[in-house]
Design a protein around this ligand. Structure first.
Ligand SMILES: [Fe+2]
Length: 233
């Protein structure tokens, strides 16, 4: 049962895994300008800002010590005073020609806004083990596979040295999010312990991945076509 549950969670995530998004195809092939790649980072910054608050909400509402400890570890890493992860995103954007204010005060695109709004609603309306699954498997387990495609291109097509601190966000999130997502799978398997919770977790993961995919659609449209909404012409 446990094994097939994990398989179903992965399958639900993989239906709309952002690693397969056309934006990542272009990035991997070096077909985006640096400034276009920065659109990803800017919108990601605004999505992750809420993501961390969702984790903090989960920490506050979950009664299980092992889960709380794991979330707290994750948040401590994210908010590391020596190298806050949100700052890594700003550094990459600056290396692409943007200013700090361009990131922080950027217009959040509609599909990114939708992802942010969905996340709040989801964590308010679902039992915490289901929220754990949607956030940690549906969203946080994706970056290692996404950035495994991006990082070689940063070296080969954009000229950044492998050790350049400006691209540390991508490099760092291959390893870190592997660990976070392994914990996410483990906690979901342990605490989604009824058929109802398991069903809701699988659906939550599917929806989370789809919402993230839509956010990718929006930033693609903006970066490549300069369109900030999808009103038909
Ligand atoms: Fe991070």
């Amino acid at each position: 049962m446990a094994k097939s549950f994990l398989k179903e969670l992965k399958a639900a995530r993989d239906e709309w895994h952002s690693m397969n998004h056309p934006f990542i195809d272009l990035w991997e092939q070096g077909k985006l300008t640096k400034k276009q790649t920065a659109v990803y980072v800017v919108q990601h910054y605004h999505f992750v800002t809420d993501y961390l608050n969702w984790l903090a909400y989960l920490w506050a509402t979950c009664p299980e010590k092992d889960v709380k400890d794991s979330i707290l570890d994750n948040l401590k890493e994210e908010e590391d005073p020596d190298d806050r992860h949100l700052e890594m995103l700003i550094d990459y954007a600056k290396a692409c020609g943007l200013k700090r204010g361009d990131v922080i005060n950027a217009k959040v695109l509609p599909w990114t806004e939708a992802l942010k709004d969905w996340g709040w609603r989801f964590i308010y309306q679902n039992p915490w083990p289901v929220s754990c699954a949607a956030l940690m498997i549906g969203l946080e387990s994706q970056p290692p596979q996404i950035y495994t495609r991006v990082v070689p291109s940063l070296h080969n097509n954009y000229g950044w040295d492998p050790g350049d601190p400006k691209i540390r966000f991508f490099r760092g999130h291959i390893a870190a999010d592997e660990i976070h997502s392994a914990r996410g799978f483990q906690m979901t398997a342990k605490y989604c312990n009824t058929p109802e919770l398991r069903r809701a977790a699988i659906e939550g993961v599917r929806t989370a991945a789809r919402k993230r995919w839509n956010h990718m659609n929006g930033l693609y449209r903006f970066a490549v076509h300069g369109k900030s909404d999808d009103t038909p012409e």
